[in-house]
Every structure is written in C-alpha cells, then in structure tokens.
Write a protein that binds this ligand. Structure first.
Ligand code: CA
Length: 433
C-alpha cells in the first residue's frame, strides 16, 4: 500500500541588505496523488542566479519554472534519471534563451534539488547552494559546493575544516546556463525518518550563519519560524547577498528499506566490531595463559608438556593477530570518511555527507540572539520605529527565564519572535525608498 508522507515546509527568500534585486528563486511541488508520489515524490529546489544588467534573475527564474515541468512530465525508469533529465532540461532552457539575445549571454544559476520519494531522498545539484539534513542533534551537508574553495579540498590543497577561511569566496566552478552540457551531482538515496529536517539554501545564508546555527534553528523551530529567523539573522549580520531558505520537516514517512548513503555505520557493522573486540580479548587472554603455563613447565624441565602448551598459545596469538589486522582493514566497509570522524580530522571528505556538525543550541548562540534583540531595540528607539516596548520587554523576560531553566527551544522561540518584530521595522525603514 502506498502511504503519502506528511511534510511541513516553509520557504523564505529575501533581497538582503546590500543588493538592489533578488536573483534567487525557489520552487516546491508536492505530489498530491498517490501515483505521482509513487513515481516522483515531492520536489524542492533552490536556484541562485547571476548575470549582468537586468537579467540576473532570469536564469534562476527559468530554472524554477522549467525544472518541475520536466521532472513531473517525463517517462523515466528511476528517480535519479528523472532528476538528471529535469536539470539537463533546465540547463537547455537557459542556454537556448541566452543564445537568443547577446545581453543574456553571461547568465547562469546554481540549482539544488531535493526529492523525497518512497525510496528515500535524492539530490540533484550544481553550484554552491546547499542541502542539509538535520537529525538527532546533528546537521549534515549532503551537497558538495562547486566553488573554488571546495575545489581546493578536492585537490587535497585544503581541508574541509579550513575551507571556509579560503579566498576567493563566492566563485563557483559549475552552474546551469553557459554551456550546452552540464555536469550534475546526483546523490542518494538518503534515509528519511519522521523528525528529520531538510534545509535548502543559497550562499546568502551560509555566508553569514554556521552549520551549527542553521541546524539549531531548523531543528528547534516550526519551519515557518525557522525560515524567517534564518533570513533575519543573515540580514542582521550584514545581508551581503540575496538569502533563500526552504525548511522541510518530516512529520510522517513510509517505512524505508534498502541501502542508503548514510554517514552512520549500520547497526550490524557496529555489532560486528563489538563481537570482534570481544573475541580478540578472549584470544589474547588464552594466549597469555597457555604461554605462561608452557614457559613455567619448560623452566622446570618438563619439555614435552611445555611444548604441548606453548603450541596452542602460538596458534591463539596468530589468530588474534589475524582478527586485529583484518578489523583495521575493513571495519565498516560501507562507511564514508568525513572530517567529523575522530580518527580523520583533516581528511578531505569526498563523499556525501561532506560535512557534519552539532545541531545543538549552544549558549553562545543564545547570547548572540539576546544581544541582537537588544541592539535592534536600541536602534529602534534611536530611529523612532513603531515598537511595542511592553511586549518586547515581556518577550525578553520570558526568554531569560527559559534560558535560566535550560529550556533552550522555548528560549529560541521567544528570541525568534522578538527579532522578527524588530526586523519588520528595520526593513520598513531601510527599504522605504
Ligand atoms: Ca548568492
């Protein structure tokens, strides 16, 4: 029986504080029929456009219009093939348009698509917009940034830990539009569980917020509040670029079976490792026991029983050696190496999930939100904004109380509410002209 999942989602796109126009675009298409769900699933896409003159948003607009049409209206054997074809179609649509008019020649766009299907989540990706999965206090980046910075990691000249410090920033190495052919990352299936959150965003968000902050917000607020707070914070920190966010929360999902590209080793591999450790310890104990008895017997001149005891000890020692070395070679055959694993802090992560971080709400982040609320309130008072100071004072009191009682999710909700009220006034005053 096919069961439709229950997904709660929200999206928000904003011009930012420095740009004149919003060149980002997004689209969400949920399957409402059982047959569509079974074949196609739900589609989410973020596109971050670029191009001179007045056509900066044209490529991203063409993408969000043509991609869903191509995705849902085609015959394809698999979701991966469907996604690949749809992105190829979007690329062709942009490229055709660009060749019609010389003014459109330099236009291009990133494209990050997520589809949630009965067989798990799939990703089609070009450029440096991102898709994350937030699960159980952890945020995982499922897409590889096609940027100069991340290419340094691929070439082994930088690590995933220091990649954010590299320059030049915001230079992408792949996009839709300029060429008739485009290389697309198709990845999946990723496992999906009720309680998972997926975040799609443009680099206007990731340029200002850390993975931990994005994970903490997406994981603890309802999607609409999360999307608004994410955009508000990017703008609080300068809003140097257009900002686009889609947050999808999985409420119910059909039970999945099969193999998935997941960071966490499967339970069987963990169990196998546990068993191997136990057997190895037993063999070591027996080796030492038989070995020492054999040596004592030899020391007392009892050669034959001594040798008869030492022989099994040597066999046990050899078997333990085999267990230990084979364990090192293939403890988790299906597992991917990432920077977050304790034994490989600097290894370039070249398989998805490319990076992961805690999604817990850190006290330092709550302190930042408190300061942001306080500074915005001050700015509002200095500039004559229409503020309900009683209400803001009450929200602040509730947030402090929640923080004191370590109710971080409650605290972040109060801060999100206050910052949203304050930012509405800021936008109203700074964007009036
Ligand atoms: Ca951008």
């Amino acid at each position: 029986m096919i069961i439709l999942p229950v997904i709660q989602y929200a999206s928000h796109t904003d011009v930012g504080m420095r740009r004149a126009a919003n060149q980002d675009a997004l689209v969400v298409k949920l399957s409402t029929e059982f047959s569509d769900w079974g074949q196609c699933g739900h589609l989410f896409t973020v596109a971050d456009g670029m191009g001179g003159h007045s056509v900066g948003d044209l490529a991203s607009r063409i993408t969000v219009e043509s991609l869903p049409l191509a995705y849902f209206k085609q015959e394809a054997e698999t979701v991966a093939e469907r996604l690949q074809n749809a992105i190829v179609a979007a690329n062709r649509a942009i490229n055709d348009k660009a060749r019609e008019n010389p003014e459109f020649a330099d236009m291009g766009t990133t494209c990050s698509s997520l589809v949630l299907t009965p067989n798990g989540a799939w990703i089609g990706h070009v450029g440096d917009s991102r898709i994350y999965r937030v699960r159980a206090g952890k945020i995982e980046q499922l897409t590889f940034d096609h940027s100069l910075q991340w290419e340094m990691v691929r070439q082994g000249k930088a690590t995933i830990d220091n990649v954010d410090m590299l320059h030049p920033r915001n230079v992408i190495t792949r996009c839709l539009g300029p060429d008739q052919n485009v290389e697309i990352d198709i990845e999946g299936p990723f496992h999906v569980l009720p309680g998972d959150h997926f975040v799609l965003c443009s680099d206007g968000l990731t340029g200002h917020l850390s993975d931990n902050e994005i994970g903490a917000i997406a994981g603890s607020l309802p999607p609409a509040d999360a999307a608004r707070l994410l955009v508000n914070l990017a703008n609080c920190r300068g809003g140097t670029d257009n900002v686009t966010v889609v947050v999808a929360r999985v409420e119910k999902y059909p039970r999945l079976s099969g193999e998935f590209v997941d960071l966490n080793p499967p339970a069987t591999a963990k169990k196998r490792q546990g068993n191997r450790k136990w057997v190895s310890t037993l063999f070591l104990g027996l080796f030492l026991l038989f070995g020492s008895i054999g040596l004592v017997l030899l020391a007392f001149g009892k050669t034959q029983p001594g040798l008869l005891t030492i022989c099994p000890a040597l066999i046990l020692g050899f078997m333990r050696f085999i267990i230990v070395t084979s364990g090192k070679a293939d403890d988790f055959p299906g597992e991917q190496t990432t920077a977050s694993q304790p034994n490989s802090p600097s290894m370039p992560a070249l398989k998805t999930p490319y990076r992961s971080a805690s999604a817990n709400i850190e006290p330092a982040f709550m302190e930042f939100l408190r300061e942001a609320q306080s500074e915005l309130t001050q700015a509002g008072q200095d500039n004559g904004w229409m503020l309900d100071m009683d209400e803001l004072g009450e929200i602040n009191r509730q947030a402090l109380l929640a923080f004191r009682h370590k109710k971080m999710e409650q605290c972040i909700r109060f801060r999100a509410q206050a910052i949203d009220e304050l930012m509405k006034e800021l936008y109203a005053h700074t964007r009036r002209n």
